[in-house]
Design a protein around this ligand. Structure first.
Ligand SMILES: Cc1cc2nc3c(=O)[nH]c(=O)nc-3n(C[C@H](O)[C@H](O)[C@H](O)COP(=O)(O)OP(=O)(O)OC[C@H]3O[C@@H](n4cnc5c(N)ncnc54)[C@H](O)[C@@H]3O)c2cc1C
Length: 293
């Protein structure tokens, strides 16, 4: 690995100036799980790393009833999974975080780093999208707030400007009667990263679906909201037929990638299966045909 200088700013303002002044030779570092791999493989050769570890603004997890959850960008996956606030107010997010990668990565990788790397084969982006989460970006010029959909631009591309860092993620409070299910498909048990994922957040009344938000991740360059499937589910009583029809709409409306891990057709079929399981799971219909693991 090439030598580099390790800089430790104490404020977002200072970090932003360092990133702006050093330009392409410089990268922010949080947990380092993605960045160090890239540097070891010499895909990335920064001369300077700007550590975010000493920025107090990026730490902590909080909740208030009006604004919902505030998750500091430096929260590790394990912190999100174990947080009593996340578990109480947005259990689907804690459940998703508990399944990311393996214990080593969960204890080192951060939610901010995960979003900023914009690797498609990951879990938090799709789940956060279905939850209507926002990303707060900070720089010496001030702050701006983007939805996850606005933040994720393309395969490994985000809306971050060179002098910006992600400060926190905001998850709005769930309306009464709202629940979520996150499901992921791994090609083999030994593979940590998902090949397909579906996040489903719905307000329900027994088997009646009042509001629905569905996002597919891991199988597309960036996660996508499935608005046609959402509209199909809203106002319907969910049964075996609606589960299958909704999953078919989800599968029809995505544009999956094809790569060494799986063809687009394979991914589409897996998304269909995972979507069935996810929608059925939220309504407790786990015994219907085509949803058993
Ligand atoms: C073996 C392995 C298996 C994995 N499996 C999974 C999986 O199953 N599911 C999953 O979701 N993910 C998986 N991952 C990805 C993992 O979640 C990410 O690597 C991790 O979250 C990145 O966070 P980090 O803090 O380590 O980021 P870093 O490596 O420190 O940084 C990653 C990138 O983000 C930038 N960055 C970091 N934080 C900020 C910030 N706050 N503001 C601006 N830029 C920032 C850095 O400059 C760098 O470009 C896996 C990773 C590995 C190594």
């Amino acid at each position: 690995m090439r030598d580099f200088d390790f800089l430790e700013p104490a404020t977002v303002h200072e970090a932003s100036h360092m990133l702006a002044d050093l330009g392409d030779d410089c990268r922010a570092i949080a947990g380092g799980t993605a960045l160090m791999l890239g540097m070891r493989q010499r895909m990335l050769t920064p001369t300077h790393l700007v550590s975010l570890a000493r920025l107090p603004q990026l730490r902590g997890i909080g909740f208030d009833a009006k604004n919902g959850l505030r998750i500091g960008a430096l929260a590790r996956h394990a912190d999100v999974a174990a947080s009593p606030l996340v578990r109480q107010h947005v259990p689907v997010l804690a459940s998703m975080a508990s399944r990311v990668a393996n214990p080593q990565v969960r204890n080192q990788g951060t939610i901010g780093g995960n979003l900023c790397y914009a690797d498609p084969s990951t879990d938090p982006p799709g789940c956060l999208m279905a939850l209507g989460a926002q990303v707060v970006l900070g720089s010496s010029r001030g702050e701006r707030v983007l939805s996850v959909e606005e933040f994720l631009v393309d395969y490994y591309v985000t809306a971050l400007e060179p002098d910006e860092i992600v400060v926190e993620i905001r998850v709005p409070p769930l309306a009464a009667g709202t629940d979520g299910v996150y499901s992921r498909f791994l090609r083999t048990a030994a593979e940590h990263r998902p090949l397909a994922s579906v996040a489903f957040v719905a307000r329900r009344d027994g088997l009646l679906c009042r509001e629905a938000r569905i996002a597919v991740g891991a199988s597309t360059p960036i996660p996508v909201r499935l608005r046609r499937a959402e509209a199909f589910l809203e106002g319907r009583s969910i049964d075996e037929r609606t589960v299958h029809e909704a999953a078919d709409i989800v599968a029809a409306d995505i544009d999956p990638v094809s790569d060494a891990r799986g063809s687009a057709d394979f991914r589409r079929e897996m998304v269909r299966v995972v979507a069935r399981r996810t929608v059925a799971g939220l309504f407790g219909l786990t015994n219907i045909q085509g949803v058993q693991e």
